[in-house]
Design a protein around this ligand. Structure first.
Ligand code: NAP
Ligand code: GLV
Ligand code: GLV
Length: 331
């Protein structure tokens, strides 16, 4: 009998067809609406594998319902939507999709930085709303990106790819990370500083850490107060890393100059959210990795992980590798 799998969102046909050769697949067919919790609760009871998105909260109470589940394959590099400890405790493998989205997400992050600094969205609206009556000296003026100081919080795969792009703009590079990255320091001429120093010295601050209990609200009122009045905050990591209420206050009180956000504490961000009322906040609907090629690669990598986990191989992107000794011990 083929292992049973549930896929929580409609995937490209080619990927599903390949999986069908070896797996018994059911899938949530709606592209616009996430799978309802009741459906997921029912499906997880019996399946051997779950292919899920970052929109699904795979929490303890859901994991408890699983009786046969061997692997949760997340189609994202971030896996803060999965209760890793509960999965590990139940002997369930968890995988993510690192690497394949690094360059695409760095492109978007640098694009958001440029758009926020140079007010591209505001300027487009200005033109389309018929406000462009003539050219004038200080009209829609922003902040220069070239020669400015970029502070990267979290110099991992995407942080490093972002630094490479910034070098092309002759930016001065600073980073803060929980571990020192000596190779990157040499290769990119990027300087390691404390978080406090980074916030004080940077013209642009980019958040690139994963969301964990240590990074939740890492940027709050106290941190924003350290930033320059002319500085720009960019967050393409996870919404909960920045205290949105504190960010709104910092923008309204002119403690910082602007923000570019691809991620929010609640997604989709409610349309009455105060941050959406500010012209100096550029907002995107979590599209960091959204290129056609990269989304295909992510789906394909998550499918490879799932298949490996269900056919006795070690998935390439296991985030709880300690499970292998547990599983061996049991088998
Ligand atoms: P990564 O390679 O694991 O990089 C994360 C970096 O953060 C590592 O250098 C890590 O340090 C550092 N870090 C972790 N916890 C920290 C802490 N408490 N304090 C300081 N530094 C800490 O991950 P990645 O592939 O670059 O992805 C980063 C995140 O971007 C993902 O987790 C995801 O949430 C987000 N993301 C968003 C989008 C989007 O669509 N907007 C797309 C892709 C990814 P160590 O080296 O010491 O572990
Ligand atoms: C997207 O946000 C990801 O973590 O892959
Ligand atoms: C602007 O368009 C200029 O020519 O300076």
């Amino acid at each position: 009998m083929k292992p049973k799998v549930y896929i929580t969102r409609k995937l490209p046909e080619q990927i599903v067809n390949d999986l069908r050769q070896k797996l018994d697949i059911s899938m949530w067919e709606d592209e616009a609406i996430p799978v309802p919790r009741e459906v997921l609760e029912k499906e997880i009871e019996e399946v051997d594998g779950l292919f899920c998105m970052l929109t699904e909260q795979i929490d303890e109470s859901l994991i408890e319902k699983a009786t046969n589940l061997k692997i949760i394959a997340n189609m994202a590099v971030g896996y803060n939507n999965i209760d890793l400890q509960s999965a590990t405790d139940k002997g369930i493998m968890v995988t993510n999709t690192p690497g394949v989205l690094t360059e695409t997400t760095a492109d978007l992050t640098f694009g958001l930085l440029l758009a926020t600094a140079r007010r591209l969205i505001e300027a487009t609206d200005y033109l389309k709303n018929g406000q462009w009556k003539s050219w004038s000296p200080m009209q829609l003026t922003g902040q220069d990106v070239h020669d400015a100081t970029l502070g990267i919080i979290g110099l991992g795969r995407i942080g490093k790819a972002l630094a490479k792009r910034a070098k092309g703009f002759d930016m001065n590079l600073l980073y803060y990370n929980r571990s020192r990255k000596y190779d990157e320091e040499k290769e990119l001429g990027i300087e390691f500083v404390s978080l406090e120093e980074l916030l004080k010295k940077s013209d642009f601050v980019c958040v690139m850490v994963p969301l964990t209990s240590q990074t939740s609200y890492m940027i709050g009122a106290e941190q924003l107060a350290l930033m320059k009045e002319t500085s720009v905050l960019i967050n393409t990591a996870r919404g909960d890393i920045v205290d949105e209420h504190a960010l709104y206050q910092a923008l309204v009180n002119h403690e910082i100059w602007a923000a570019g956000l691809d991620v929010f504490e609640d997604e989709p961000v409610p349309l009455d959210h105060p941050l959406l009322t500010l012209p100096n906040v550029v907002t995107l609907p979590h599209i960091g990795s959204a290129s056609i090629a990269t989304r295909m690669k992510m789906a394909s990598l998550a499918a490879d992980n799932l298949l490996a986990g269900l056919t006795g191989d070690t998935p390439g992107n296991l985030v709880n590798p300690e499970i292998l000794t547990m599983l061996k011990g049991n088998g």
